[in-house]
Ligand binder design. Sequence first.
Ligand SMILES: C[S@@+](CC[C@H](N)C(=O)[O-])C[C@H]1O[C@@H](n2cnc3c(N)ncnc32)[C@H](O)[C@@H]1O
Length: 336
Amino acid sequence: MANEAKRLVDLLHLPLEESGTQAARLVAFSAPANYRLPSGFTGEASIVQPFRPSFLALEASGLSVTAKPQGYGFDLALVALGRHRGQNEQILAEAASRLRDGATLIAAGFKMDGAVSLRKRLATQLAELEHASRHHGTVFWLTMDPVVRTQLRSLDVERDDRPEGFVTAPGMFSHDRIDPASRLLIEALPEKLKGAVADLGAGWGYLAVSLAQRFGETLGRVDLYEADFNALQAARANMSSVSVPAEFFWHDVRREPIRQRYDVVVMNPPFHESRAADPEIGGDFIRAAHAALKPGGRLFLVANRGLPYEAVLSKSFAAHGEIVRDGHYKVLWARR
Ligand SMILES: C[S@@+](CC[C@H](N)C(=O)[O-])C[C@H]1O[C@@H](n2cnc3c(N)ncnc32)[C@H](O)[C@@H]1O
């Protein structure tokens, strides 16, 4: 992953090797956790990173980082493209809005993530697009003017692929449908639940909203912990349709302690932060859930059938078991 991130940064900086950047006002979108400014850069840099683990790493390296873009009239925008087409398009549209006329926009990504096809699609509308290829990836760049800006901004279209009236956006977990594992978890919950509840890795809020709808006022509160700032904002909007009190924490569940204590924790934990699946992440979520529960409090979680979470539950919880499984997923419970 670190190697992949380094290759992406090399690609992004490639067009700067000749032109230089020294005194520019730069904004970098989705900069990887180990991002460093171009060599010789003496200007002002604003880094945008909504994923909290990467945000914290960038901040610790001394960079000025925000979860959402701030400021306009930048001289240079760098866009690290990811795997989600709709999200890439939204970020390019946002970058175009933030640049002054005459500024440079540089975007880079890997072929396997669709960066080459994105560049080819853009090249049919933007004749001035330049590009280079390296490291199984592509970098493309152009100079901003009102026509280019209008074309790039038109990439951010109103979408009709949201599930059942929820607020979501491309790049968020299961943005275009309710995740079947999360649905199975809700269906498997006991008939009655009460007290304070935490949803760890809450995404755009499906579990929290469903709990509030199903158990209503017997829940004292539902708190949502989520690393993706944009998903948490969507969850905030989705939770406005229910009347249970809620707090929203932009939080890295693996690395930051949870300060409140809960009667119930629910979660559909992530199993990768980069490309490769990593069951350690779910293990960290289970340990965080244990720490966040009051004595006697209960955890309900859903996971792919093959993930070995029972062993982690055995180590810390007083009791645990399985409620249900289908062809793909299992719902587990544990008592602290
Ligand atoms: C499998 S999704 C579940 C989302 C939602 N609870 C649902 O059921 O639809 C896991 C969520 O965990 C979030 N996540 C990943 N790493 C995280 C971390 N270190 N701390 C907090 N949340 C994290 C992801 O952004 C994602 O929204």
